[in-house]
Ligand binder design. Sequence first.
Ligand SMILES: Cc1cc2nc3c(=O)[nH]c(=O)nc-3n(C[C@H](O)[C@H](O)[C@H](O)COP(=O)(O)OP(=O)(O)OC[C@H]3O[C@@H](n4cnc5c(N)ncnc54)[C@H](O)[C@@H]3O)c2cc1C
Length: 229
Amino acid sequence: MPAALLNPVLDLLTLRGLVTAAEPITARMRRLRVEGDALAGLDVQPGQQVRVLVSGLTLRTYSVWRYDPSGAVELCVLDHSEGGPGARWGRNVGVGEQVRLRKPEGTFTLRPEAGHHVFVGEETASVAFGAMLAALPEGARISGCVETETAGDRLPLAHADRLNWLTRGGTSLPDAVRQLAPAPDGIAYVAGEARTVQHVRQVLVRELGWDRRSVLTKPFWAPGKRGLE
Ligand SMILES: Cc1cc2nc3c(=O)[nH]c(=O)nc-3n(C[C@H](O)[C@H](O)[C@H](O)COP(=O)(O)OP(=O)(O)OC[C@H]3O[C@@H](n4cnc5c(N)ncnc54)[C@H](O)[C@@H]3O)c2cc1C
């Protein structure tokens, strides 16, 4: 479809912004700040995600790392080794470029009323965890396990000292959760690679006595599958 016809349609479906910052935040992740009038005053819950047009009409989903109600959304995009359109966009997009994204959405969000918050996931999940942790007060009960490829892949998260950090190839996430054995008296947020998410959920529910309704799960990607959402 010619751009003259396509752009008005996309204007109805997406919000437009400009990249105003693009810089490494970990060894393999770039922080992208997107600003625009259309991004002001959105309703954003910590943990929600946006869908971004990364190439032509291809959409990829990214958690909101930071939101500034005056009109800025920040994302952190991993340059994973298989490098699909999302990873390529995250690696190459530069300051001044236009970005089209959908409104923030999703139910994988902080439950502020919980008495205990347990976070389990890897690099991609840690972006959503970052937004959730930043919204928790100093006195909140927080625990969890976050796995990354190397120590250089750890995002600067609020309350990071309350989390167990793992390096891939050592103790697996399900085993780390077994060892942590969080008491089943709060909410667990489990995200990242699909099979690991399932496995961790089983450990919490079957072995550690968690009520399945208290375990929020969200698969972010799966080997061999393209753009899970
Ligand atoms: C709710 C939600 C929130 C998300 N938030 C983030 C976020 O904040 N930051 C972020 O970087 N990603 C996030 N993701 C994942 C993101 O949407 C894309 O899946 C990811 O960027 C890969 O897209 P791609 O086009 O590069 O690869 P695709 O074309 O989708 O996949 C190609 C292949 O690459 C491999 N692959 C995909 N992702 C990874 C990975 N992470 N590690 C190793 N191999 C992989 C798989 O084998 C896949 O078959 C989120 C996903 C969801 C559903």
